[in-house]
Write a protein of this length. Structure first.
Length: 292
């Protein structure tokens, strides 16, 4: 009889602890939603960030959507990918991911947008597959159309240069993709698929032509820029250590006829663009993709 009584006391104690824990989540959730004190809401967000309970996830998602303090929204964006897991109720999970998607695009605070975008890549596996872009790559490289600042290159040089740059990326960075299923993605589509995106684009910076009798010397300078990319409705993100521009020059000898000079410009530009992309751009791209 004594043994049974002892077990009964232990069971009562365990129930008491569980109940207290549940009460703590409710209290902190309520404080995060309604406390007028910034410090109290921040303390509540930090406390809830340690829980996987669905109520904690829901409270953090609401704070990310509605709290007026950027620091609290940052804490919520950091906490959600840690709090979400396979045990999160689907309805709560969807609400939390929707909050992250909106914050990644629309939040007024740049840091909140950045943290929410990172969070989405971490929770992508929790989303039903039909919600993701079918066939979306983990790393997408948008090869932008080449430009000509010299105004001297033949018109067909820019699309050819774009094709050369894309081809080098495809060959030398096989773990990345230069194609996206369907049209180019928006920022929301990238976030929904958990894809990291970068832009690579070439520019003909200068072309110099020197004629001498029946011969001509063509000198060209090409630059290729690399940066994180936000999708068609976003922009390039020139973040320190994650964006760069490589530049290179070359020469070509041709005849002095106009057709020969055009061919020389084209050959010079394509050769420099290919070498730059292979030796400088792709290694840098692999590094920043690995760091993201």
């Amino acid at each position: 009889m004594r043994a049974l009584l002892a077990l009964g006391v232990l069971a009562a104690l365990a129930l008491s602890v569980t109940s207290a824990h549940a009460d703590a989540i409710d209290i902190e959730s309520r404080q995060l939603r309604s406390s007028a004190s910034y410090k109290r809401r921040l303390a509540a967000a930090l406390a809830l960030s340690k829980s996987h309970d669905g109520r904690a996830v829901a409270a953090l998602a609401q704070a990310l959507r509605t709290d007026g303090e950027p620091q609290i929204r940052r804490v919520a964006a950091l906490a959600l990918p840690k709090a979400l897991d396979a045990t999160t109720p689907p309805r709560v999970r969807d609400v939390a991911i929707e909050a992250l998607e909106k914050a990644a695009v629309k939040d007024k605070d740049a840091k909140v947008r950045e943290l929410a975008a990172r969070a989405l890549t971490k929770v992508a596996a929790l989303r039903p597959r039909q919600e993701l872009a079918p066939g979306a790559p983990a790393v997408f490289v948008h090869v932008g159309q080449a430009a000509d600042l010299s105004s001297k290159a033949p018109r067909d040089t820019m699309p050819k240069l774009t094709k050369v740059v894309r081809g080098v990326v495809q060959r030398k960075a096989s773990d990345m993709s230069t194609t996206w299923p369907g049209s180019l993605p928006t920022e929301k589509q990238l976030n929904a698929a958990g894809s990291r995106a970068f832009i690579v684009a070439a520019t003909i910076s200068a072309v110099d032509i020197k004629r001498s009798g029946t011969k001509a010397e063509i000198a060209c300078t090409v630059s290729v820029r690399v940066a994180p990319w936000n999708g068609t409705d976003g922009s390039e993100k020139w973040v320190a250590q994650k964006a760069a521009s490589a530049s290179g020059s070359g020469k070509a000898m041709t005849g002095s006829a106009s057709v020969a000079i055009e061919g020389g410009i084209r050959d010079c530009v394509l050769a420099v663009g290919e070498e730059l992309t292979q030796k400088q751009v792709v290694p840098f791209l692999k590094r920043i993709a690995g760091d993201s």
